[in-house]
Design a protein around this ligand. Structure first.
Ligand code: SF4
Length: 424
């Protein structure tokens, strides 16, 4: 059972750092500004960003997300992160297409920024679907390579995907890709209305088909990712349109402040609500108080007959999960096991804290990825037990046949040093 990462709970400010981008996403305002005004675009000055960070911190924000455009295009991105860390932000996120991470040098540069989270935009399950959505040939290969490299280098990665027809038509492949890459979290949003949609540009209805016919494919993809241990969230998504997976609907936090291209801070949930509409019958729905309905252009394109009031609420998964806490034991396990480089083909790429004092290790072996879980020794059957830990494993990807020598090596290492590890 995946658990919900703890720092997502921190009040967040989203900072717009540049209009410049190497993708041209058809659903994104920035994509079309680049296509039409590319050479004129400039980055937001560092001083402006620092002032926005200071103000947001004073108002309670403790997590800073840097978005664009494509933030990794800025040479001084590390300075912006350093400013946020110096101000006291407890968590930072770079919202990126991860193409920069496709090269070893680019990935090393990003890892050096000590970011809490990379939020990577993957917009389809195949190269054809992703490249069509981001209107950039060859982008998928770089994005997947960059994401894989960041995860292998021990970075925390969550994926953001917009439910355009390109993604909806490739959901099965998308879920397989996520299970192979193993990010911490996958968030899927419905298509927001933006100024990207206009007379001379893509139409909203072209990119955002009616969701009802995709309910089965969406349910299968969400459940497959969930069962593989990935936290999955559907945002700005009416529960009545996702039967069987209503518990994965998770609204924007009420505290999130976002800065658009104009640099004006707005409450993100209220901003979304200002663009959403509901059916008259929504008043009878058990979700009426918390659901925003669908975006206006969606209702114009597809009507609201799909919106069917639900009699009962299903408890959201997010609230059910106790947030895992990174303890001194998490840090000690990370220091013990995670290596960016090793001489042989075996490697541990990441250590994650789970709820209940458990941990997961993402391991690389010649036969494929393997995920090793460490629970308190008292917890039932296991592949092996040490004095303190019950060690078990599962395959990390499709068709892989992991070499269990990596699991045995973990067991041996724990037996040697567990007496010196701090309590969990
Ligand atoms: S019927 Fe209306 S309130 Fe209920 S889930 Fe659907 S859109 Fe939301």
């Amino acid at each position: 059972m995946p658990t919900f990462p703890s720092d997502v709970e921190l009040p967040k400010v989203e900072i717009h750092v540049t209009e410049v981008c190497n993708n041209r996403c058809a659903f994104c305002t920035t994509g079309w500004i680049n296509a039409e005004e590319g050479p004129k675009l400039v980055h937001v000055p560092r001083e402006t960003i620092r002032a926005q960070l200071e103000k947001a911190y004073a108002e309670g924000a403790r997590r800073a997300l840097f978005q664009g455009g494509e933030p990794t295009i800025r040479r001084d991105l590390g300075d912006l992160l350093a400013d946020a860390h110096a101000l006291g932000y407890q968590a930072t996120t770079i919202f990126t297409n991860a193409r920069m991470g496709a090269s070893k040098a680019g990935a090393r540069w990003l890892v050096g920024m000590k970011v809490t989270w990379f939020q990577v935009s993957i917009q389809g399950g195949t190269a054809e679907a992703h490249d069509a959505s981001v209107v950039a040939e060859g982008a998928f290969q770089q994005t997947v390579e960059g994401t894989r490299r960041l995860i292998e280098m021990g970075q925390r990665v969550k994926i953001n995907a917009v439910l355009t027809r390109h993604l909806l038509d490739s959901l099965e492949s998308f879920a397989r890709l996520m299970i192979e890459l193993r990010p911490e979290e996958v968030g899927m949003d419905t298509v927001k209305p933006t100024s990207a949609f206009g007379e001379s540009r893509a139409g909203y209805a072209d990119l955002a088909p009616a969701l009802g016919p995709y309910a089965g494919a969406l349910r299968d993809a969400v459940l497959a990712m969930h069962e593989a241990g990935i936290v999955v969230r559907l945002t700005s998504f009416p529960p009545c349109l996702c039967p069987g997976i209503e518990r994965f609907v998770s609204e924007e936090a009420k505290t999130t402040i976002t800065h658009g291209g104009a640099g004006v801070p707005v409450n993100k949930l209220l901003w979304k609500r200002s663009m959403q509409v509901k059916a008259e019958t929504c008043a009878e729905c058990a979700y009426d108080a918390t659901c925003g309905g669908v975006y206006g252009p969606y209702a114009e394109a597809h009507g609201n007959a799909e919106l069917k009031p639900l009699k009962e609420r299903v408890a959201p998964l997010v609230a059910e999960s106790a947030p895992p806490v990174e303890s001194a034991l998490t840090l000690a396990l990370r220091a013990l096991f995670v290596r960016e480089k090793t001489r042989g083909p075996f490697r541990i790429a990441a250590v994650r804290a789970l709820a209940g004092g458990a941990h997961e290790l993402d391991c690389v072996s010649p036969g494929g990825a393997v995920c090793v879980s460490l629970k308190p020794a008292s917890e039932g059957a296991a592949y092996a037990k040490t004095g303190r830990f019950a060690v078990s494993y599962r395959k990390g990807g499709e068709g892989a046949s992991p070499d269990l020598r990596i699991v045995d090596a973990v067991v041996q290492a724990l037996r040697k040093v567990e007496g010196q590890l701090p309590p969990g």
